[in-house]
Each structure stands twice: as structure tokens, then as C-alpha cells.
Design a protein around this ligand. Structure first.
Ligand code: ATP
Ligand code: MG
Ligand code: MG
Length: 553
């Protein structure tokens, strides 16, 4: 799991410890805004922040960057905490909230006003954007920029007391309207938002901007390395301006790395929210979603996700990673750790004329290599189901080409006897509805005589002892490598067949397991019992992933 990937932050931390910029522990943080569920991109950030803290004996905090009550919800907070822990990480100390620091941020805003470094501005949003100019055109100073300290203090107090309507005015830092960096052109520190907050209730009707909260939150918590994604690179001068101009208790530093993008996938909370809101999927944790909880429900394991994330380079450029890389990790883990079982997806009845009546219980290994995974009892009876695609009347198919059951020839039933197909029964339209077969005695765990060599091994389930199960067959949610690239709308690339629900017949032992139990259904794929809908009385299995990479896609 700890293959050493390229990570430009690692040597920076080492140097900070060596030179004494950081004395004591390093502190990182993972700072989600609770406005959606975490996705695979967040998993990279989690593995990076918690991983570095672990590696250097430091702490990693979980801090909710909850400065915008309009889009945030308690449900998201709970889901995020659960996802982080499920991935295998534990934050140092209690969960933290930027909103716990609102009082301190407010005092610091007053500090800036008193220093003549912040002012209340009454420009409308439209005017403000016109005044701001653009990258190649210096902005114009707001006519409210030169209000006196006293006037600003009074107005800011009124903002806080709720005396103005939303949007009537904002508090801005007084920095440089001609700066080539747009973030430095008198950025907003506080907005009026007459909305209850999930943590602070009705206490506040002014809320700090992300920029005014983030670095100061880091400073309050003693974060030493504040690691974020590249889109914040241009915010770094502002981050540093606040740290320099406020009496903060510590000096955090910001570093930016490339976000994770995956092909065939969208990873933006806004898009994921749209998929949920428009009911294209059944919720944030739908097994087709690239959310951590969706992937979990799909049967992806925490250790495979960590392996995937830890294998990614941490660099100063964004890149697109092939989803096959993630799928490889999932298969690799499940191949090693999932118990084998038999489930027939497309049943064809097969009657064995010389089998005894009643049930013969066969002991079958749960894993071909892992002896420690033990054995289970599989009931063998004189009527069984095999998969319809495992039988043909076409005797011209070579043994090499068709390693399954052919009329007049032999095949091995996994964990049971070698059988021979003797005859078929057809319906009025000529379809085979039943195969009549005979078994070769004494072939459980033993080879048959040479002239009865089986073509291959197929899976099967007792027709009388097997259990009906629901299978949810998932496929990729998007058909295009870069969803939306052709038409500009990623919804145009949604796969209309990303879910098929079928009934199948499974051996009885596996129905009795808990939700979130992984299996390899022999010759079919990896499946997991659904986290929410599976029960012994109505078993539900989700297709996690096929056995082999589908190279046709
Ligand atoms: P999105 O842009 O997908 O809506 P976000 O960046 O707004 O997500 P936050 O809750 O603000 O989501 O993110 C929490 C942390 O996760 C931030 O430090 C952010 O930089 C990081 N993060 C978000 N998306 C990715 C990604 N695709 N790759 C790596 N890190 C990410
Ligand atoms: Mg965000
Ligand atoms: Mg973002």
C-alpha cells in the first residue's frame, strides 16, 4: 500500500523539519465544505493529507469549511465523517468547524478596519464586477473606499445587527485595485446572508468569504502545511496577506497540487448534485456515483481506493487518470480477498438421470489459493441450473473454442461431478428448455477416465436448494471518455443502460451473509451484498466489476 509515489510536498516537509521552520509536529488538514458528498478526487486529498501526517508523525485535522449556509447541510457533515473513517483515517482531536471561529474572524475584520485595511462597500454586485476590471485592465477604486474608520466600524456593526438587506453592502479588504492578480483587488471579507446556519443557528447574518476564513482557520489550528488544489494558487498572495496583516497565532503555508480527474467520470460536486437532483441516479450514494459512499456501495474496498490514491503522483499540474487504473486496484484486491461462490444469471434446467434423489452436500473451497478462507457446503441435486450460454447443441465447435457443455460431450461442474450432456427437451418454438445429462461416478475431486476428459469447468446451482436473488448489474455512468466534450453538456454522455436489474439463482450459503460482503461469482464477476437493501429474506447483490478488463470500451 505504501509504494512511494512522486510527491513534491514530501521533501518540503522534510526540509521544514530539518531547518526548524516547523518545530514539533507537522499539522495538515482536510477541509471539505459540507455542500455535497465526497468524491474520488477528495479521496486523493484525504490520502495525501492524512498520509503525510502519518508519515511524519504529525496530526491531520478534519475541518468543515462551513462559511456558506445557503448550500450546506448536516446530512453532508455526517456523510463526510463516515467516508473519512471508512477510508481508514481518524482526525486528530474533535471535528473542527470554520464556523467555530466566526467570533475570532469578526474581531479580525474589525482589526483590519481599525488599521484602515478594510471598508464597507455599497456597490451592487454588478457595479463591483465592473469596477474590478479584468486581468489586463486595472480596476477602478470603489467610491466607498475612503470611508473613515469610524464610519466603517458603524456600518459593519449595522451589517452584523441585520440592519441591511442581503446584498446591500459588503466588507472588503483594501489592497490594490491595480494588482495583476484579481484576488488582490479589494476582495470581499464579509457578506450579508440572512440564513440560519447548521452550526451557529441565527447567531450571524454576516458570513466570511472562503478567503477570509481559510488561512485564518489554518492559523488558529496551528496547521503547518495547508495543502489545496491548483485553482487556489492565485489565492495564495491573499492567503499570505491576511497572515501578515492579522495578529494570527501561527504561520501556516499553502501548497497547491493537481486535482485528480478520471476519464469516463465527472468529479465536481455541482455536477454530481445535478445527477442526484434530476434523478439520473438514485442518490449521492448510488453505486454508479464516483462518490466515496457510492463506490463503497458498489463494492470498492477502502484499501483498493487507498492503493489507487497513494499510487498517484502529487504534482503541480492537473491530469486525467485512466479509470482502468482504479479498476485494476479493485480487481486486484477482490481477487485476493473475495470468497468464491456460484450464481447462475441466465438459468437453463439440467436434469441428471443417474444422480440419487435427495441432497448430496459437497465441501467446496471458498478461495482457490487462500486455505484460511475455509470451505462451504454446496448442495448437489438431480436437477440443477447452468447458464444458458454454457450449453450448445453445435458439436462442430472445437474443444479449444467452446470449453463448456456440448451435446454428447463432458464438462466438469465446479466443485462437483463431471457430467455428459445426453439429450435436450425443446419447447414449441424449438428452444432448448432442458438438458438431460448423466454424471460420471467418483469424479468429485477426482479425474475421470481419459476418454471422458471434460471440455472445461462451468458453474451451477441446485434447482431445488438454490435461492432466488436480485442482481443489480451496473455499468459505467458515462459512455464518453471526457463526458460533455463533444456537445458541451456532460448529460448527453450518460449511459442509458448503466443499470439492469435481473433475478438469478445463487447457492444458498451466500444468501445468509451481512450487507457489504464481497463475492466473486465464479466466471461472472465480483459482487457485493447491497449495504442498504440486502437481507436474508430478499438478497440483493451489486455488480462491483467484471472479472477482466473490458477492452472493447
Ligand atoms: P468540487 O470542486 O468537486 O466541487 P471542492 O473543491 O469545492 O470540490 P471542497 O469540499 O472544497 O470541494 O474540497 C475539500 C478538499 O478536497 C479541498 O482541499 C480540495 O482542494 C480537495 N479536492 C476537491 N476535489 C479534488 C480533486 N478532484 N482532486 C484532489 N483534491 C480535491
Ligand atoms: Mg468548494
Ligand atoms: Mg471547488
Amino acid at each position: 500500500e505504501s509504494a512511494v509515489n512522486h510527491n513534491f510536498i514530501r521533501p518540503i516537509i522534510q526540509e521544514d523539519l530539518d531547518t526548524g521552520r516547523v518545530t514539533g509536529k507537522i499539522v495538515t488538514r482536510f477541509p471539505p465544505e459540507p455542500n455535497g458528498y465526497l468524491h474520488i478526487g477528495h479521496a486523493k486529498s484525504i490520502c495525501l493529507n492524512f498520509g503525510l501526517a502519518e508519515e511524519f508523525g504529525g496530526d491531520c485535522h478534519l475541518r468543515f469549511d462551513d462559511t456558506n449556509p445557503a448550500k450546506e447541510e448536516q446530512e453532508f457533515i455526517e456523510a463526510i465523517k463516515e467516508d473519512v473513517q471508512w477510508l481508514g483515517f481518524q482526525w486528530a482531536g474533535d471535528v473542527r468547524y470554520a464556523s467555530s471561529y466566526f467570533e475570532q474572524f469578526y474581531d479580525w475584520a474589525i482589526h483590519l478596519i481599525k488599521q484602515g485595511k478594510a471598508y464597507v462597500c455599497d456597490l451592487t454586485a454588478e457595479q463591483a464586477s465592473e469596477y474590478r476590471g479584468w486581468a489586463t485592465k486595472p480596476g477602478k477604486e470603489s467610491p466607498f473606499r475612503n470611508r473613515s474608520v469610524e464610519e466603517n466600524l458603524t456600518l459593519f456593526e449595522k451589517m452584523k445587527q441585520g440592519e441591511f438587506d442581503e446584498g446591500f453592502c459588503v466588507l472588503r479588504a483594501k489592497i490594490d485595485m491595480a494588482s495583476p492578480n484579481m484576488n488582490m483587488r479589494d476582495p470581499i471579507l464579509y457578506r450579508i446572508r440572512k440564513k440560519a446556519h447548521h452550526q451557529t443557528g441565527d447567531k450571524w447574518c454576516i458570513y466570511p468569504s472562503y478567503d477570509f476564513a481559510h488561512g485564518q482557520g489554518d492559523a488558529i489550528e496551528g496547521v503547518t502545511h495547508s495543502i489545496c488544489t491548483l485553482e487556489f494558487q492565485d489565492h495564495r498572495p491573499l492567503y499570505e496577506w491576511f497572515i501578515e496583516n492579522l495578529p494570527v497565532p501561527s504561520q501556516p503555508k499553502q501548497y497547491e497540487f493537481g486535482r485528480l480527474n478520471l476519464n469516463y467520470t465527472v468529479t465536481s460536486k455541482r455536477n454530481l448534485k445535478q445527477l442526484v437532483d434530476e434523478q439520473i441516479v438514485a442518490g449521492w450514494n448510488d453505486p454508479r456515483m464516483p462518490t466515496i459512499s457510492g463506490m463503497r456501495r458498489r463494492g470498492y474496498t477502502a484499501s483498493a481506493l487507498r492503493s489507487f490514491c497513494n499510487g498517484l503522483a502529487v504534482a503541480k499540474t492537473d491530469g486525467v487518470v485512466d479509470i482502468a487504473q482504479l479498476e485494476f486496484e479493485i480487481r486486484d484486491d477482490l481477487n485476493e480477498n473475495a470468497a468464491r461462490a456460484m450464481c447462475v444469471l441466465n438459468p437453463l434446467k439440467l436434469t441428471i438421470t443417474n444422480a440419487s434423489d435427495g441432497v448430496e452436500w459437497l465441501e467446496v473451497a471458498n478461495h482457490p489459493q487462500q486455505e484460511s478462507m475455509g470451505y462451504r457446503s454446496v448442495p448437489f441435486t438431480n436437477t440443477i441450473y447452468i447458464d444458458a450460454s454454457d450449453f450448445t447443441e453445435d458439436t462442430s465447435l472445437s474443444r479449444k473454442k467452446f470449453k463448456r457443455l456440448v451435446i454428447g460431450d463432458y464438462v466438469r461442474l465446479r466443485g462437483a461431478y463431471v457430467i455428459k450432456a445426453d439429450d435436450v427437451i425443446k419447447n414449441d418454438s424449438g428452444d432448448v428448455v432442458e438438458v438431460i445429462a448423466s454424471l460420471v461416478p467418483n469424479t468429485v475431486g477426482q479425474n475421470p477416465p481419459a476418454e471422458m476428459k471434460p471440455r472445461g469447468v462451468i458453474h451451477w446451482v441446485s434447482a431445488t436448494e438454490g435461492k432466488e436473488v436480485e442482481l443489480r448489474l451496473y455499468d459505467r455512468l458515462f459512455l464518453a471518455e471526457a463526458p460533455g466534450k463533444e456537445t458541451g453538456n456532460y448529460l448527453d454522455d450518460v449511459n442509458p443502460d448503466s443499470l439492469k436489474v435481473i433475478k438469478a439463482v445463487a447457492e444458498p450459503a451466500i444468501v445468509n451473509c451481512k450487507p457489504e460482503t464481497a463475492f466473486q461469482f465464479e466466471r461472472e464477476g465480483y459482487f457485493v451484498t447491497d449495504r442498504y437493501d440486502h437481507s436474508v429474506d430478499s438478497p440483493v447483490f451489486n455488480l462491483t466489476i467484471g472479472l477482466k478488463e473490458d477492452t472493447s470500451k
